[in-house]
Design a protein. Structure first.
Length: 255
């Protein structure tokens, strides 16, 4: 039996096909979320290899900010439960999850049995999310995929005091006017994101192992800054972008 998990995020849409008998991932894919997110899901399903018969799908679930837009899924699930299920499949024994996406960030605490016991979520301000990185890359004239490697060449940090991405952008423009290097600006932004996540984690147990996931987890320099800020090592799943879709597929198979 095949289970389909869909994660409609603010920036990217992801799908996962999961064999509920062998408990294995058989296909994953993602693309940018279109103005009409339904089009993104349809596109990804159209790209499933022909040897994988999507008509054989027996279970389905959708999660993410656009989950209520896709009406064909049998189940609509919370992002928290899906990320927890996906991460615990990939890295059993996980106790804390840091998920940073395009528009929000989440800290999820799990117990010994991989059950969610607490979480905090920031979806009010983009200053600790992928949106902040996109704005920074745009201002520096860089591709967002190059931001991490540029930041790694930094030799000095600058404190960004603003907790709002709009005001932080003004600070970045100010640094640029002082001829501060792109590397130092990029690293300073990454440091500010790490500090914001650290603050968000206050009040939770934050037990190890701690896993870093979400699209922003693909940035090696963000991970470096987080590990320095938290003074501990973070684990990274094989493909941090698809953990929500994977979790949706796993949970759908249990319905």
């Amino acid at each position: 039996m095949i289970s389909l998990g869909i994660d409609i995020g603010s920036r990217n849409t992801k799908i996962c096909l999961f064999d509920t008998v062998s408990q294995t991932i058989i296909h994953t894919d993602y693309c940018g979320t279109e103005v009409n997110p339904v089009d993104s899901v349809k596109y990804l399903l159209s790209q499933v290899p022909s040897d994988l018969d999507i008509s054989a799908i027996t279970h389905s679930a959708v999660t993410g900010y656009g989950r209520h837009l896709w009406k064909d899924a049998a189940n609509t699930l919370s992002e928290i439960s899906c990320h927890a299920a996906g991460i615990c499949y990939l890295i059993p024994g996980t106790r804390t999850i840091i998920d940073i996406g395009g528009q929000d960030s989440k800290i999820i605490a799990l117990d010994d049995n991989s059950r969610v016991v607490d979480f905090v979520m920031n979806d009010k301000c983009a200053a600790g999310t992928g949106r902040f990185l996109e704005m920074t890359a745009m201002r520096l004239g860089l591709e967002i995929g190059h931001l991490s490697s540029v930041a790694a060449r930094s030799d000095q940090d600058y404190a960004l005091s603003s907790t709002c991405v709009v005001f932080a952008e003004s600070e970045i423009i100010g640094l640029m006017s002082q001829a501060v290097s792109s590397a130092n600006i990029a690293r300073s932004v990454n440091r500010s994101i790490a500090k914001r996540i650290h603050s968000q984690m206050a009040g939770l147990a934050n037990q190890e192992p701690i896993v870093f996931t979400g699209g922003v987890a693909q940035s090696d320099d963000i991970r470096y800054c987080l590990e320095q800020e938290l003074k501990l090592s973070l684990m990274l799943p094989p493909d941090p972008e698809i953990t929500g879709a994977l979790g949706a597929a796993i949970l759908a198979g249990k319905k």
